[in-house]
Design a protein around this ligand. Structure first.
Ligand code: AMP
Length: 399
């Protein structure tokens, strides 16, 4: 039995899953949270013996991994007994150089840290976890799987910002795109579900979670996506503004708001949170239903923006075979899906209201019989994709 330890770490948290190769079964999973917060650390671990929660100081990521190994041992399934053959690390930003899953050595780890310049909220946490995990599991291959890599197939015209070429080159300013791990697995699963070859399909994927992005995929290759240099560009999100005139930022700076405040404002206090006071779409929906005008407007802004991109990607792809909804709101928001798809009958898109409203958690078609564009809901599974890409790389290196 072979398995992969998948690690998705932030600056103060480590999410982990042990996934069996082939079957995709979860052998264990858990979360270390509040790293470096004195007295507030916690490990929630679910293994063969159910869930355990342990509270206690976790000063850094190294202590986090030590706590994980201890949880496995103390719950009767030592981590060494699980047949782990690789550790797959999710890395948000791989810049222009990481275009595929990459075996991590000292140099790769260092580059991931250097790329923190482009992803200050994400890459430092990944780097800390990589260093700690390599120390705990020195004998295992560690693989970095990048959220940007899938979008490295975008043509230059899609990733270039219309600014001074030298300035762009000097500072690495271009569109990279994110959520690539999700866009990749979801578009492949949609093709599998339809029994169609991936390379024959033009797909538009809407990853609508707390973070949100859309992707135009031609024959399995990303040709455009809504996130840019950072995950701030594009759709309205839980706490991010998505598209905003860069002029608004200069305006705020000139009025005395600091750079860090503007950053925090647009990344952490905008989107649904900024417009309504609540991040979660379920609360926004409930408030709108109760007559809250701000919540109603927020939903309209959200849908309007998504429809902009849907129209744009129909143009970019010159039509589409499938539209795929995924992630928290995409999988669980039939009302949002209906609003986003409404009025696209002119291009042959018709939802089936009963299919769209059906309570179902699996991959499913929600368009009407005879709709020219097939609309699907496909649950995302980024961890499974990281496990798959990690084992594929390790197997190819062993050949
Ligand atoms: P994700 O980032 O993919 O985990 O998505 C998280 C978001 O999905 C939450 O903030 C919610 O707004 C939304 N979500 C999750 N479950 C539901 C649901 N049952 N109905 C509507 N929205 C949901």
């Amino acid at each position: 039995m072979n398995a992969v330890l998948v690690v998705n770490s932030g600056s103060s948290s480590i999410k982990y899953q042990v996934i069996e190769e082939g079957s995709g079964a979860r052998l264990a999973q858990g979360l270390v949270e509040r790293i470096a917060e004195r007295g507030a650390g916690r490990v929630v671990h679910t293994g063969s013996h159910g869930e355990t929660i342990v509270d206690g100081d976790i000063p850094d990521h190294a202590a986090g991994f030590a706590a994980i190994v201890e949880r496995f041992a103390e719950t009767g399934t030592p981590i060494e007994s699980l047949g782990i053959v690789a550790v797959g690390h999710r890395v948000v930003h791989g810049g222009s150089e990481f275009i595929a899953p990459t075996l991590i050595d000292d140099e790769v780890a260092e580059r991931i840290l250097e790329l923190a310049e482009l992803a200050p909220l994400h890459n430092p946490g990944h780097h800390a976890a990589i260093i700690a995990a390599r120390a705990v599991f020195p004998e295992l291959p560690h693989v970095a799987v990048f959220d940007t890599a899938f979008h490295q197939t975008m043509p230059e015209k899609a990733y270039t910002y219309a600014i001074d070429r030298e300035l762009a080159a000097e500072h690495g300013i271009r569109r990279y795109g994110f959520h690539g791990i999700s866009h990749s697995i979801v578009s492949r699963r949609a093709a599998q579900h339809l029994g169609r070859p991936l390379d024959s399909l033009k797909q538009i994927v809407l990853h609508l979670g707390n973070g949100a992005s859309m992707c135009a995929i031609d024959g399995g290759r990303s040709v455009d996506t809504s996130m840019g240099l950072t995950p701030l560009e594009g759709l309205v999100m839980g706490t991010r503004s998505g598209n905003i005139d860069a002029g608004a930022i200069f305006h705020l700076l000139r009025r005395g708001v600091s750079v860090d405040e503007v950053d925090r404002e647009l990344n952490k206090r905008s989107g649904f949170l900024g417009m309504t006071g609540t991040i979660d779409f379920r609360d926004v929906r409930a408030a709108a239903a109760a007559g809250d005008a701000a919540a109603q407007l927020a939903i309209e802004v959200y849908v309007h923006r998504a429809r902009h991109y849907l129209g744009a990607y129909l143009a970019v792809l010159e039509g589409a075979d499938t539209i795929v909804f995924t992630a928290g709101l995409g999988e669980n928001g039939p009302d949002l899906r209906a609003l986003i798809c409404a009025g696209f009958e002119w291009c042959g898109l018709r939802l089936d209201p009963a299919r769209n409203d059906a309570r179902d958690s699996g991959t499913r078609v929600i368009s009407a019989e005879g709709s020219q564009i097939t609309v699907l809901v496909v649950p995302t599974d980024e961890e499974a994709e990281i496990a798959k890409q990690s084992t594929a790389l390790v197997a190819s290196l062993a050949e």
